[in-house]
Every structure is written in structure tokens, then in C-alpha cells.
Design a binder for this molecule. Structure first.
Ligand code: NAI
Ligand code: MG
Length: 369
């Protein structure tokens, strides 16, 4: 029986509320005997600041580094608006990304049939949509040097950002995309702007060479990022895995997200390098949404984004594909039965609480098992 060590970092606001639902599911999965889950819980964000005057402690960071996966809720809220900059809640997440070297950000866009009418696109364009954007997260124009604003002799100012990518940075993100595609529909679309950017030329060359050398069984296509943006809203179902740089990935993943409706529905994963000895990767799974202070403490949060993040952990960190499918099928079935939290309810429809939605998903999993 496989055993998995998980660090839970519920954080602030609705973070602990949605994490509580995931814990119910984990406990039940553990009781089924297919795998063993050892969970630890620690503080992050404002909760850590209140206890330690830090957004995350060294001890919690060390636990995250040793865990097989981190499940992260959300951080932040008005209560901590005035804390020192280095200790602001987001700093906890940024430190984890840095210390765990999480260079690959996976953002799925899944459209459950029951919610297809909530999309900004026509039902037939999004119904059954299931794509993943793999965004490079630690390089590119957000980090490249020089990065500065200088005053010129004529009094004008000049701002510079620099897009930098090396062969190895492109190769490792390309590898994540190809491996992912092999577990899905076996297709990768790589995106850059090689027509106007040198980094795009290199990106294209490196991905092409990697494909030829190691992943020829996966279908590969290249699309310029602007044209890809157009295709994402014209015919999103043509894609399976899209791999792109930090900047384009930031924008394209937000477009893809909105094809499927509410923030309360969107999971994500951030992956680090593979340990050659164990084959394991550092990984952090979190909903895309924040701590939602406007609804925190009211039992109104949609736990599905957090549940979907658990499903990704089961699939990508633990190799428990059946359990992952079961979580996702349960979500889909519960939505099909008409159950809705406030954020996805139709006007005038009765909304269920966070706990009721979580319980319904768990009950559906028990029925499917
Ligand atoms: P937010 O995602 O927390 O909320 C935006 C809107 O969506 C709110 O109206 C909220 O009620 C709603 N919403 C979000 N998640 C929901 C869910 N699961 N169920 C139902 N409704 C949901 O973003 P906002 O308001 O910009 O930020 C609030 C706080 O969260 C800030 O302190 C911000 O810094 C922090 N934040 C943290 C993130 C993280 O921990 N990774 C990401 C984004 C924001
Ligand atoms: Mg963004």
C-alpha cells in the first residue's frame, strides 16, 4: 500500500473552510485501504503572522520541502493590510514557490456540462472542455535582468524588462508538458512569439528537439501566442496540454479560466524538479481563488476548487488515478444533480453551504466506490 505525506496549509479566510471539506475526503479515501495518507497541518499567511510575526516559519517551510505534496488554501485579508511588507500574507506563498523551486504551474480549464451555460461562450464550444495550461513560473520577463527604470539625459524615462530563457529552463517545462500529455490525450501545443522574440525562437527549437529525442509518441504543434489566444475563445476543445512561458501563460491561463465560469471552481498545481533518486517532485496544490474576505466565516465558499486541487494531487503526486477520477466524477455528478453554492447558483436558486457541498461530493464518492 502506498503511503503519502501531505502538509495542509489552510491559511486565511475561506482557506480553512474549503480545506475542511478536503480533509473529509482524504480521511475517507485513507479508510478505503488503497493508500495511506499522513497529514500534518501548519500555519501560513495572516494566520502565521498572528502567531509568529512571519508569513511562514522556517519549520513550516521545511515540512513543506519534506512532504510528498502541499495542499494550500488561501492567504490574505484586510486584517493584515498594515503588516510589514516582508511579512505580508502573500510572502508565505512566494517563499514556498521559491524554496520548493516550483517552476511549472498547471492550470486546468474544465467545463462541467451542468455549468456550461454559465460560460461566456456558447454551450457547444465549452461543454466537456478539459484542457491544461502549463505555465513556466520562475523565469522569463518577470525575473530577467536588467529590470529597471532609468532617467535619460533628455529628461525622459526609459523602462526595461528582460525576457530570458535558457535551454535547461525550456527543456524542464517542456518535459512536464509532454509527461502530462501522456497521461491525458497525448497532445501538446507549444506557444511563443518566435516571429518577434529571440526567446521564442529558442523556445521553439528546444521543445522541437526534446519532442524528437524523447516524446515522438506525443502529438506536438506550435502556435504563436496571439493566435493561440484567438483559438482559445474560438474553439478551445482542440487543445489538450498547452505549454508556454511565464508572461503568455499568465494571460492565457486567465482566459482559459474564464471559459469555465466561477473562481470557486478552479484548481491549480505548481510542480518542482524531479528528484532523480526517488522520481518524486515537490508539489503544491491550491485553488486559484483567494481568501474571499467578503464571504469568509459564513459557510458560503465553494469547496470545488480546493477539491479539484486534491484530485490533481492524487493524480500527479501520488499516481492514484482512480481516486482522482472518482473525485472529479463526484464533482460532476453533484453538479448535474443541481446542487449549487452561492457563486454558481442561478438567480433565485437556493444555495447550499460549503459543508453541504463537501458532504454531497463525499457521499457521491462513496456511492461510486
Ligand atoms: P478572491 O479570489 O479572494 O475573491 C474574489 C471574489 O470571488 C470574491 O467576491 C469572493 O467572494 C469570490 N470567491 C472566491 N473564491 C470563492 C469560492 N471558493 N467560493 C465562492 N466565492 C468565491 O480575490 P480577492 O477578493 O481579489 O482577494 C481577497 C484576498 O485574497 C486578498 O487578500 C488577496 O491578496 C488574497 N488572494 C490570495 C490568493 C492566494 O492565496 N493564492 C490569490 C488571490 C488573492
Ligand atoms: Mg494572472
Amino acid at each position: 500500500m502506498s503511503s503519502h505525506n501531505i502538509l495542509l496549509l489552510p491559511g486565511d479566510g475561506i482557506g480553512p473552510e474549503v480545506m475542511a471539506e478536503v480533509k473529509k475526503v482524504l480521511n475517507w479515501l485513507g479508510s478505503q485501504g488503497a493508500a495511506k495518507f499522513e497529514t500534518e497541518t501548519d500555519l501560513v499567511g495572516g494566520a502565521a503572522y498572528d502567531a509568529h510575526k512571519l508569513a511562514i516559519t522556517d519549520a513550516a517551510t521545511a515540512r513543506a520541502t519534506q512532504a510528498d505534496a502541499v495542499l494550500f488554501g488561501a492567504v490574505g485579508g484586510p486584517k493584515w493590510d498594515d503588516v510589514p511588507y516582508e511579512a505580508r500574507p502573500e510572502a508565505g506563498l512566494l517563499r514556498l514557490r521559491k524554496d520548493l523551486a516550483l517552476f511549472a504551474n498547471l492550470r486546468p480549464a474544465i467545463c462541467y456540462p451542468a455549468l456550461a451555460d454559465a460560460s461566456s461562450l456558447k454551450r457547444e464550444l465549452v461543454e466537456g472542455l478539459d484542457i491544461v495550461i502549463v505555465r513556466e513560473l520562475t523565469g522569463g520577463v518577470y525575473f530577467g535582468e536588467p529590470k529597471e527604470i532609468v532617467t535619460l539625459e533628455n529628461g525622459q524615462k526609459r523602462a526595461v524588462d528582460t525576457q530570458v530563457y535558457t535551454t535547461s529552463e525550456i527543456e524542464r517545462i517542456g518535459r512536464v508538458a509532454f509527461e502530462l500529455a501522456r497521461k491525458r490525450r497525448n497532445k501538446v501545443t507549444s506557444s511563443e512569439k518566435r516571429n518577434v522574440m529571440k526567446s521564442g525562437v529558442l523556445w521553439n527549437q528546444v521543445v522541437t528537439a526534446l519532442h524528437k529525442a524523447e516524446y515522438a509518441d506525443v502529438q506536438l504543434e506550435h502556435q504563436l501566442a496571439d493566435s493561440l489566444a484567438m483559438q482559445l475563445v474560438r474553439n478551445p476543445k482542440q487543445f489538450d496540454v498547452i505549454v508556454t512561458d511565464n508572461l503568455f501563460g499568465d494571460i492565457l491561463s486567465d482566459i482559459a479560466a474564464m471559459l469555465t465560469g466561477s473562481l470557486g471552481m478552479l484548481p491549480s498545481a505548481s510542480l518542482g524538479a524531479e528528484d532523480p533518486a526517488t522520481g518524486k517532485r515537490k508539489a503544491l496544490y491550491e485553488p486559484v481563488h483567494g481568501s474571499a474576505p467578503d464571504i469568509a466565516g459564513k459557510g458560503m465558499a465553494n469547496p470545488i476548487a480546493m477539491m479539484g486541487s486534491l484530485a490533481m494531487a492524487l493524480r500527479y503526486s501520488f499516481g492514484l488515478l482512480e481516486a482522482a477520477d472518482m473525485v472529479e466524477s463526484a464533482i460532476s455528478n453533484v453538479l448535474a444533480s443541481g446542487l449549487r453554492t452561492g457563486d454558481i447558483a442561478a438567480k433565485g436558486q437556493n444555495a447550499v453551504s460549503t459543508g453541504e457541498m463537501g458532504d454531497a461530493i463525499l457521499k457521491e464518492m462513496q456511492r461510486l466506490a
